[in-house]
Design a protein around this ligand. Structure first.
Ligand SMILES: NC(=O)c1ccc[n+]([C@@H]2O[C@H](COP(=O)([O-])OP(=O)(O)OC[C@H]3O[C@@H](n4cnc5c(N)ncnc54)[C@H](OP(=O)(O)O)[C@@H]3O)[C@@H](O)[C@H]2O)c1
Length: 268
């Protein structure tokens, strides 16, 4: 049975522990956090063993999941380094912190980075994975087994591609929420009540994503399939183009990627 320890028991640790429990994977889970109420929730919901400080319990772990904010990661790694088993895998879910920095702080080369997104909390996440230079096949397998419990995943070859995971699926749910918010607001401006506007926007996004997934067609083909010349959808799409939707999305992705690169330099 895989022994997994989360260092940090916040939102992401809860999502992954929930995914592990729902997936029925044979694991023994411990969680370290400084907030007793968070530990209690995880213990009650998933039988996680609560820990309030680093200590010898860490030496029994096969997989250590680093689940604190990037600002607190160095301190956490240095504290855990004294207890870490050489056969353990370290899986960092912290955004922006390079694998080499983590390996240096926690004193093991067996580091894998994962960038999950918030839909992981609903079991519909997407995780970008990157194996550090000296991670083993066992490290990759352990990381994959855990992250697949919260949704889809994809390995990237270059660590720099994780910036694009951040600019795409990482921050992407917020882009989609913004679109849904704008669509619901526009429908309300046209006279619809708030509950109906929310449902219209939500079902639109859910349905379009499900159809795209099922058909496997290019997004442009799917768009053309629902657009008759001179029809209603054509008019709406003309308005999107005239107001620069593509340019806005491109600028947003570039800005997000640049910020991610800038942040990772702070932790190199
Ligand atoms: N949320 C996301 O969408 C998302 C997506 C991808 C990746 N991530 C990454 O996942 C990591 C965790 O994110 P999160 O949203 O789960 O964060 P979070 O909710 O803040 O959880 C971290 C928990 O660890 C505790 N903690 C920090 N340092 C500690 C220490 N030295 N000893 C004991 N407890 C400590 C924190 O307490 P305090 O609050 O008191 O510090 C907090 O309860 C981050 O690195 C983030 O970059 C998050």
């Amino acid at each position: 049975m895989l022994k997994i320890g989360f260092l940090g028991g916040g939102n992401m640790a809860r999502a992954i522990a929930g995914g592990l429990a729902a997936g029925g994977m044979e694991v023994e889970v411990s969680v370290l956090d400084r907030h007793p109420e968070k530990l209690e929730v995880l213990a009650k919901a998933y039988g996680a063993q609560p820990q309030t400080s680093v200590g010898p319990w860490i030496s029994a772990l096969d997989l250590v999941v680093l689940a604190v904010k990037p600002q607190g990661l160095k301190e956490m790694c240095e504290a855990a380094a004294d207890f870490l088993s050489p056969s353990a895998t370290v899986l960092s879910i912290a955004a922006a912190v390079p694998a080499a920095s983590i390996a240096r702080w926690i004193k093991t080369p067996r580091v894998v980075r994962a960038l999950p997104n918030t839909p992981a909390m609903a079991g519909k996440g997407f995780t970008g994975l990157f194996a550090g230079d000296n991670a083993t096949e066992e490290d990759r397998q352990r990381a994959e087994a855990v992250m697949q419990c919260v949704g889809e995943l994809r390995w990237v070859i270059r660590e720099s591609d994780l910036h694009l995971v951040t600019a795409g699926p990482g921050s992407g749910p917020a882009y989609v929420f913004l679109f849904m918010e704008a669509l619901a607001d526009a429908l309300q401006d046209e006279g619809l009540d708030a509950a109906a506007a929310r449902e219209f926007a939500l079902s639109t996004v859910e349905g379009a994503a499900a159809l795209a997934r099922q058909s496997g067609e290019a997004f442009s083909v799917l768009r053309e399939n629902v657009t008759s010349k001179g029809g209603t959808t054509a008019k709406a799409l003309e308005a999107f183009e005239a107001h620069g939707l593509r340019g806005a999305v491109k600028a947003a992705v570039e800005a997000c990627r640049a910020r991610s690169e800038e942040m990772s330099k702070l932790f190199s």
